[in-house]
Ligand binder design. Structure first.
Ligand SMILES: [Fe+2]
Length: 356
């Protein structure tokens, strides 16, 4: 396994790079905008293909690298379903898994620092964001923070992990890099409380000043979504309302780019083929299934969760010379808002349509 902890000194942020092997797929957790060039260099040096970039929560002290990494690598951006951001490619919830080739991280909802705070557990280590810091915990006095919720996230979730679990936080301001659940339970001064009420009192009397970057970082981090306007201006997008009239037409191949878990959780548009974004390059290659579909006279209509992956897919297909490629702007989220029908099944395999 490849594992790197990377540091951004201005905000004291740790970002983490994970991959199962050299030459394989990579995930970055909590990237910082100023460090994006460094991440890209390291990815290249390790021959890694960045496929996902996730933030543990909406950060107030630095600008996230999510949007820049997506623009430069076409990776999938991931945040929790509570995050108040315009668009990310994929949203996760408690109990989900964050997957790349060879690695699956358990998604644990740990609200309190913010209402969109998540931790990610992988084997012997947990990425705790700002929920659990080394000898500290994330403040709870803004961004819908809630000390009582944080108490339950800490005592009810994170401290229930095995003692030897390594704790990798999103920040440290003292130079520590890693801890364990056992150490934090014993020595973290914030965790020496007897009750939720005591923790609430402690957190409510910290009287902290706001982070220096807050006025810049929060608005910037709220708007990291891929602008789908350019795709629309080129005539490569249908609104969800327009798409309704196209579904079921024999010359339209509706392609669902989401992952299996997303389809199971949120349903799918009837008649869609399931071809995850992950396999897009292969599917638009000369021998790929999407190439075969277009050769058979089908027009491709991509959709995903919010339109971000599908917009990137339209661009990639067009770049590869597949002109009959469009997407549903705003994804299944927009589709649902217009009252579009849903199918809870798991989708037809691509060959079924080819044989039809
Ligand atoms: Fe934070």
């Amino acid at each position: 396994m490849i594992f790197r902890q990377m540091f951004e000194p201005v905000s004291g942020t740790y970002s983490y790079l994970l991959a199962s092997r050299r030459g394989g797929e990579a995930l970055i957790i909590d990237p910082v905008l100023e460090k994006v060039d460094r991440y890209l260099q390291l990815l290249q040096e390790l021959e890694l293909n960045l496929v996902k970039a996730a933030d543990t929560h909406l950060h107030a002290d630095h600008i996230t690298g999510l949007g820049a990494l997506r623009d430069r690598t076409h990776c999938i951006t991931v945040m929790g379903e509570q995050s108040n951001v315009d668009v990310v490619s994929m949203r996760v919830a408690d109990g989900d898994q964050l997957e790349i080739e060879g690695l699956a991280l358990d998604v644990i909802y740990t609200p309190g620092h913010t209402d969109d705070s998540y931790s990610f557990l992988y084997g012997d280590r947990v990425f705790t964001g700002d929920t659990l810091l080394i000898r500290g915990t994330g403040r709870t006095d803004f961004q819908n923070g809630d000390p009582r919720a944080q108490y339950h996230s800490l005592f009810g979730r994170l401290l229930k992990l095995p003692d030897e679990t390594l704790v990798y936080p999103a920040h440290d301001y003292k130079g520590d890099t890693v801890s364990t659940i056992r150490e934090e339970r014993a020595y973290n001064p914030r965790l020496q409380v007897k009750s939720a009420n005591e923790y609430v009192d402690l957190m409510s009397n910290l009287n902290l000043t706001n982070p220096k970057m807050m006025d810049v970082a929060v608005p910037a981090n709220t708007h990291q979504g891929l602008s789908q306007e350019q795709i629309t201006r080129r005539g490569w997008a249908y609104s969800a309302e327009e798409a309704k009239a196209l579904i079921g037409k024999p010359d339209i191949a509706l392609i669902d780019l989401r992952e299996k878990r997303e389809r199971e959780r949120h349903g799918k548009i009837p008649g869609a083929l399931h071809l995850p974004y992950h396999d897009l390059q292969e599917n638009i290659s000369a021998s790929g299934v999407l190439r075969t579909l277009t050769a058979a006279g089908k027009s491709l209509l991509f959709y995903c969760a919010f339109g971000e992956r599908s917009a990137m897919a339209v661009q990639a297909a067009q770049d590869a010379g597949i002109n009959a490629a469009r997407h549903i702007e705003g994804g299944i989220n927009a589709w649902k808002e217009t009252g579009g029908s849903l199918d809870s099944g798991s989708g037809s395999p691509a060959h079924a349509l080819l044989l039809a």
